[in-house]
Design a protein around this ligand. Sequence first.
Ligand code: NAD
Length: 682
Amino acid sequence: MSKIKIHHDADVMVITVDNPPINAGSTEVRQGLLDAINALDVDRKLTAAVIIGGGTTFIAGSDIKEFSQPLMEPHLPLVIAAIESCSKPVVCALHGAALGGGFELALGCDARIALEGTVLGLPEVTLGIIPGAGGTQRLPRLIGVEKSIELICTGARIKADLALQLGIVSQVVKTDLLANALVLARSMIGTKNRIRDIATPISAPEAIASASQKALKAGKNRPQVQKAIEMVCNSLVLPIDEGLSIERNVFQSLRVSSEAKALRHQFFSERKLFKALSESDTKAIELSQIAVIGAGTMGSGIAMACLNAGYAVILLDQHEAALSNGVKRVEQYYESRVQGGKISPAQICELLQRFSHASNWELIASADLIIEAVFEDIEVKHEVFKKIDRYAKDGALLASNTSYLDIDAIAEKTKNPSRVFGLHFFSPAQIMKLIEIIRCKKTSPAAIATGLGFAKRLGKMPIISANSFGFIGNRIYAAYRRQCEFMLEEGAYPEQIDKALEDYGFAMGPFAVADLSGLDIAWGMRKSLAASRNPAHRYVGIPDSLCLAGRLGRKTGAGYYLYAEGSNSKSIDPIVNEMIDSASRAKGLTRRSLSTDEIVERVLLTMINETAHLLSENVVTQASDCDVALVNGYGFPRWQGGPTFIASEMGQEKLDQGLQELALASGPGFVIANTDMLFKSL
Ligand code: NAD
C-alpha cells in the first residue's frame, strides 16, 4: 500500500500523505512524494500541487527509529530539492501538527496554509540532533536569525496564529483546508515562491549574541544547541546550498552521537509509560472531583496540578492555620503566573471557581479520587485513612502520597483495600513531571488504570511501582547518596563530589541537594530504621554528626556548606572538611584522592546495581522506567540516558566486573545485583 495517495482536482495535483497514525516521514513517504513531484513536473495538464496530510494531521515528525540505522534513500533534502526545482508551484496544507521533517517539507514548498489550531515546530534538538533538511537555512530567511535560534534551540511548538504573525504561513483558515489550499495553489499558477531565493534579514550582532546566550543557557550548552546556532548564523553569510550541505553533514554526525542515542532511548522509554493503559481492557474510572487531604507543601502542590488539568479540587486540612496557608500558597502561585504573563486573569477566575477548601470531612463525599498528603507518620496515615474511608463514597479511589510508608498496611485500615493505591508526587508537585503509581497487593486493575489516565491528564510521567520501601526513585537515590557518603569517608569532600556530578550533567550534586531539602528528613528516616540496621554493615556517621551540630542545610544557614544569611549561594566550610577528616580517622581509614572519573563511575554503577535489584525484586516492571524516573524526578542528565541505557552501552561482562570492584570499595552491606534480568529487558 502506498503511503502517498494522489488525485487530480482538475489541473491541480493533490498529494495526500497517508501513513497513520501521525503520517510520520519514512522512506516510503519520501519516495512517494518524490515520484509525485516528478510526475507533476512533466504532466502538461497539471499546473500546481497541494501536499496535505490524510487523517488527523500533517507529517507530525519523522520515524525516529530510522535515526538509529543508516538512512535509506531518498533523503528528505532530495524531495525538497525536487519541489524547489519543479517548474510548478507546490502549496503545503497543514493541520494537526507539522513537526520536524514535516515542517521542513513545508518550508521547501512555495506557500503554506494552515487550519486553525495546527502546531508547527522543529523539535530535533530535544533528540540531540539539528534539523537536517534545511530547517536551519530556510526558517531564518523567513523569520530572521534571533527568532529562528529561539524556536530551533528550544524545539518549541508554535500555534498557527503565531506562525501567521511570523510569516511562516500565509493563511490560517477555520475550515475547508483543502478547498482553500486549492484556491491558493491556483492563484499561484505560473509562479514560484521559494524561500531559498530570499536573503536572511540582517540582524544586529548584539541581538544575535543575546539570543544565542539565552539558547545556550536554556539548552545546557549541549553540542546540538551550539551547532544549531552556528547553522542559523550561516544562513546570513553563506549561499544556501553551502549552508544546506554543512547542515546535512552536522545532522548526520550528531545523529550517530552517543548523546543522540541516549536521548532517543529516553524518548522511547517515555513513550512506553502508557503501554499498560493502551494494552489493558480495564476501564478507568471517570474522575471529575479530586479531594486532597493535607494542605502542606505537597497537598497544595497536588491541588494546583489537578486544577491545572481541569479538575474540581477540594483541599482539606484539620488545622485551620495550615489550611489557610495552603490556600494562600495556591492563590499566590496563580497570581505569580498572571504577573509572569503565563495565564490570563480570566483563566485564573475559571480555575479558582473549581477550587474549594474545607476542614469538614463530610465534604469529601463528592470526590471521585481522594489523595492523602498528611505528615509522614504511619499512625497519622492510619487514622486519616480510617476517616477517609468513613466519608468517601463507595466508588471513590483512595491514594496516598507517602514517600516511604507501607501502603498495604494503610489499605488494611479501610473497608475495601482494592481501591487504595499510591500516587507519589515529587516536589513541587505542580511542576515536577514524575509520578510513581504504587500498586499494592490488593489494588484493583481499575485503580491502576485510573491512576495512569489521571497522570496522563496531569501531563505527568507515571511509572508503576510495587509497594516497596522507597518505591523506585527514592530507593535508587538513597543508594546513590550512600555511595557518595562512602566516598566522603574515603577521601573526597562534598564540593568535589558535587562538582564531579554537576560536570557530568546532574542538575545538582547530592550534598547541595541534601542542604536544599534539609538534612533532617533523611536523619529522621535513619533514626526510624536504626533498630533494624545490621551493625556489621558499613554506616557513615557524617550526616548524623552534621545534624547533631544543628547543621540541617540551607534553612539553618549551614549543612554540608555554609550559607550567608538571606542568601542561597554556598561556600565551603573548613569545619565540615575537618569533621569528615576526623570521621575517616575514627574508622582508621587513610584518606586518598579520588578522581572525577572514579566518583562518576561509582555513582553510575550504584544506580545500575539498584535498578537491577528493583527489577529482580519485581518492584519495577520496565527497566527503562528507572531512567525516566531519574531524569524526570532527580536531575539526572537526560542526554546521558539513565542507568539502563548506560548498562546496555557497557555490556554485561564489563558491568559485572565493575560491580565486583564497587562491592570491594563499598564494603560490608553492599549487595551485588544479578544483572541477568536487566540485560534480558534491554
Ligand atoms: P507538610 O508537613 O508540609 O504538610 C502536611 C499537612 O498535613 C499539614 O498541613 C498538616 O496540617 C496536615 N495534616 C496532618 N495531619 C492531618 C490530619 N490528621 N488530617 C488532615 N490534615 C492533616 O508535609 P509535606 O511535605 O506536604 O508531605 C506530605 C506527604 O507527602 C508526606 O507523606 C511526605 O512523605 C510526602 N512527600 C513529601 C515530599 C516533599 O518533598 N515534601 C515529596 C513527596 C512526597
